[in-house]
Design a protein around this ligand. Structure first.
Ligand code: ADP
Ligand code: MG
Length: 348
């Protein structure tokens, strides 16, 4: 492709959640608003930011999915990798948006990105009988720069390693991958991983806000011999190779972006917050390097953190990525919301 004609590798969306009822009860003021009919957000009196997509307090889960994720799911089925990242301070709506919460108790309307993507993928599979699909699921958490398997809690941290194969694919050696046949099966794996995220490793309540959770759906497609006969493509009888396409979709619920250092943490907690911020920092640097028009010659620092290393083959290149920055509207969260908007703005 001609330089300058390439698609922007990372799209950036911002979603403002509504005030929560407890915030309304405490008379919190709203400090962020959308500029109607634009993709702009104003925070405070007059600080304006522009993004690829903006979603206000009345935006629905369905809208966010259709605008941000549907195109990624379509490219997944065409063989491209895709990543969606939910960024923002704790309580800003990351888990709600990505759909990693307690699923059984959520209405159809309120379902987030992951359940919708799963449904659409299996819909696509059921409409394409001529293609042999194999779908696998894994669910990994990065906590203090260590990997944990949310689908196989007994797996020791030492047995999980990030590797790149000869084709440049990133794989987590040792991670449990479940082959799945239907949407319900994926949903129950997601549900059990979500439950593990909250109680599994440390039993700490705030644990999930300090870790990155990466839910991955891998798809392998094989055009069957039967259907190849039915295509116009001339068949070479000596050619035994079957057309195989492999791609994957990462759904990432990032650690809370709040600046813990400000609140005077010391010791272990302090170290923890530094490591988490270093992951988010590395991610910001990678995304920014990908957006650099000279990126072919720029070093992209994937290896600076586990989260970027894991996502290496799914950020940039042919992969499609959406960063959804979640924002609280409350003026009590002004500082963090402004920080998040700046982060998202740098990622554009
Ligand atoms: P995070 O994962 O960023 O810590 P959550 O997703 O847990 O935040 O959201 C915090 C609270 O706000 C939850 O009670 C959630 O249901 C609610 N919430 C978040 N986003 C929305 C939204 N767009 N509409 C309605 N409620 C929301
Ligand atoms: Mg969360």
């Amino acid at each position: 492709m001609e330089a300058g004609m390439e698609e922007i590798p990372v799209k950036v969306a911002v979603r403002i959640r509504p005030l929560l009822s407890k915030e309304v009860l405490h008379n919190h003021r709203v400090c962020v608003r959308l500029v109607p009919d634009t993709q702009q957000i104003i925070i405070g009196k007059d600080r304006t930011f522009t993004f690829d997509f903006v979603f206000g307090k009345n935006s629905t889960q369905g809208e966010v999915y259709t605008v941000c994720i549907k195109p990624l799911l379509q490219s997944l089925t065409k063989g491209y990798n895709a990543t969606v990242l939910a960024y923002g301070q704790t309580g800003s709506g990351k888990t709600y948006t990505i759909g990693g919460g307690h699923i059984a108790s959520i209405s159809e309307e309120e379902k987030g990105i992951i359940p919708r993507a799963i449904q659409e993928l299996f819909q696509h599979i059921s409409e394409n009988h001529n293609i042999d699909f194999r779908v696998k699921v894994s669910y990994i958490e990065v906590y203090k720069e260590e990997l944990h398997d949310l689908l196989e809690l007994e797996t020791s941290v030492k047995d999980l390693h990030i590797r790149e194969d000869e084709k440049g694919n990133t794989v987590i050696v040792g991670a449990k991958e479940f082959q799945v046949e239907c949407a319900d099966e994926v949903m129950s794996l997601l549900e059990s991983g979500n439950a593990a995220r909250h109680t599994g490793i440390t039993q700490k309540n705030e644990h999930s806000s300090r870790s990155h959770a990466i839910f991955t759906i891998s798809v392998c497609q094989k055009q069957s011999a039967e259907s190849q006969k039915n295509t116009d493509v001339p068949q070479d009888p000596s050619c035994k190779s079957v057309r195989m396409i492999a791609s994957k979709f990462h759904f990432v619920d990032l650690a809370g972006s709040e600046r813990m250092t400000k609140t005077g943490n010391t010791g272990e907690r302090f170290k923890e917050s530094i490591q988490i911020n270093s992951g988010l920092l590395a991610l910001g640097n990678v995304i920014r390097a990908l957006g650099d028009p000279k990126r072919k010659s720029v070093h992209i620092p994937y290896r600076d953190a586990k989260i970027t290393h894991i996502l290496k083959d799914s950020l940039g290149g042919n992969a499609k990525t959406v960063l959804i920055t979640c924002i609280s509207p409350s003026s009590s969260d002004f500082d963090e919301s402004l920080n998040s908007l700046k982060y998202a703005n740098r990622a554009k």
